[in-house]
Design a protein around this ligand. Structure first.
Ligand code: HEM
Ligand code: HEM
Length: 126
């Protein structure tokens, strides 16, 4: 991927919209049992992914193998975790929630590594 900020923001916008529609569905049905799944899809898929993209834009990073893996884990992790929490809350398997959480955690660890390897320098902000 040669434009990581764009990937982050576009996917983040789509997941944010999906999370809002899910919120509307919860509010409309007056069944809030998927609250935790909706919350994590929004906070990981919409907010966290947009923050990752913002950081990559600020440091001018468009292409990097580590960052590509980080973004892939963040995207897949947030979707699998959001759907997985809903499945687990409805009495189904926890496997998807666990897998999504682990991918989300890997994305978090890689992002820490990148912030040390490629710190934000004031003169990279235009
Ligand atoms: C159209 C937009 C949205 C609608 C209609 C909506 C609707 C809802 C509803 C009905 C609940 C359950 C509330 C409860 O039972 O206490 C909820 C919970 C939650 N929503 Fe949304 N939501 C929307 C967007 C968002 C966004 C954009 C975010 C985050 C960026 C978000 C984060 C949360 C969180 C964190 C909770 C859990 C709050 C708690 O722990 O009590 N929501 N939302
Ligand atoms: C690997 C990552 C994460 C795991 C495994 C995790 C796990 C959990 C668990 C088990 C709960 C309690 C849910 C319940 O009582 O049903 C929770 C709640 C919550 N988490 Fe997370 N979380 C993660 C990441 C995050 C992140 C990054 C944010 C914010 C940016 C966040 C925001 C929240 C909020 C607002 C609640 C309360 C709303 C709710 O009940 O769902 N979490 N989380």
């Amino acid at each position: 991927m040669n434009n990581l900020p764009r990937l982050c923001w576009t996917v983040s916008a789509c997941l944010g919209l999906a999370g809002m529609v899910w919120g509307m569905q919860m509010a409309g049905s007056e069944d809030h049992s998927n609250l935790a799944a909706h919350a994590h899809l929004n906070l990981l898929g919409w907010v966290s992914l947009a923050l990752y993209g913002t950081y990559y834009r600020l440091i001018g990073l468009t292409r990097s193998i580590v960052a590509s893996i980080q973004v892939a884990c963040a995207i897949v992790g947030s979707v699998v975790m959001g759907i997985g929490i809903a499945i687990a809350h409805q009495g189904g398997t926890e496997a998807f929630a666990i897998t999504g959480s682990l991918l989300t955690l890997v994305a978090g660890v890689l992002f820490v590594v990148i912030t040390f390897q490629r710190p934000l320098r004031i003169n990279t902000v235009n």
